[in-house]
Design a protein around this ligand. Structure first.
Ligand code: SF4
Length: 265
């Protein structure tokens, strides 16, 4: 019986304490919700920079390339060459070098060796002397001789016309193959150098982390009718207008279409 009484007391006390707890809860002030701070100018700028750009519409891409075409209907590459072979050699020599620097060296070289046979007759030491003003010239001279040997041994002394064959030549990679296929054989390829890579990303035309991503992105969006010259228009645009430092947005042909949040117009 005594047990029963204790148990009843315990129950009663727990019931009695409920309103007390409720009162205590009511007395405790609720934490205030953090007021939404207005975004600072700097935060807005960061958000704008990191926001994914709106993809270009097909009409916008057409408009951009139509403007490039009207401004420069027959754009030319700036690497001097006499035939597909000298173009191939010039592109191999242009890795990590400027076109102007390569031209300065190849003018004299191509005057004496404009075929693989003549290049072999000249020999590696003399080739090296001709190109010693270009970066990595020792390795490049080796490649020029080795690719000339391969052209004679496997391709009848001619520059092959497929990507895989060109890429099999010493010193030639995907970019070399794209330039040669486009400029020597009129293929619709897109060589992505530092300028095209920057323009593709900045404008939002074909964003990509690697040159290959940008290349494939550009091929996907640029209409076929512009593809023969698109590579040169983009290179020239990057070299003379959309400069790495201090892009000239005020005179840019496509400044109204460009998605770069930092453009200056
Ligand atoms: S607007 Fe400026 S950033 Fe955009 S493509 Fe033109 S030069 Fe480049």
């Amino acid at each position: 019986m005594a047990k029963i009484i204790r148990s009843q007391r315990a129950d009663t006390s727990s019931v009695r304490s409920a309103p007390k707890k409720k009162a205590a809860r009511a007395a405790t002030p609720l934490p205030k919700r953090a007021a939404k701070k207005p975004a600072t100018k700097a935060a807005k700028k960061v958000a704008k920079k990191t926001a994914k750009p709106k993809p270009w519409t097909a009409a916008e891409v057409f408009e951009a390339f139509d403007r490039f075409r009207k401004a420069n209907p027959e754009p030319k590459g700036e690497l001097e060459h006499l035939n597909p072979y000298t173009l191939l050699v010039a592109v191999v020599l242009s890795a990590q070098a400027t076109d102007a620097g390569v031209n300065k060296a190849t003018r004299a070289l191509f005057a004496v060796a404009d075929t693989p046979q003549k290049m072999l007759e000249l020999g590696e030491d003399r080739v090296r002397d001709y190109i010693k003003t270009i970066g990595l010239y020792r390795n490049k001279a080796k490649n020029v001789i080795a690719l000339s040997e391969k052209l004679i041994a496997e391709f009848g002394g001619e520059v092959p016309r497929t990507r895989a064959e060109i890429e099999s030549l010493p010193g030639a990679g995907r970019k070399t193959a794209n330039v040669v296929l486009n400029m020597a054989f009129g293929e619709h390829t897109m060589a992505v150098d530092t300028h095209v890579f920057r323009v593709g990303n900045r404008t939002g035309l074909a964003p990509g982390k690697t040159p290959l991503e940008v290349e494939l992105g550009l091929e996907k969006v640029i209409p076929a009718e512009f593809m023969l010259h698109a590579h040169h228009w983009l290179i020239l645009h990057g070299r003379y207008t959309c400069l790495a430092r201090g892009p000239r947005c005020d005179v840019c042909l496509i400044n109204d279409l460009c998605r770069w949040p930092e453009k200056t117009v």
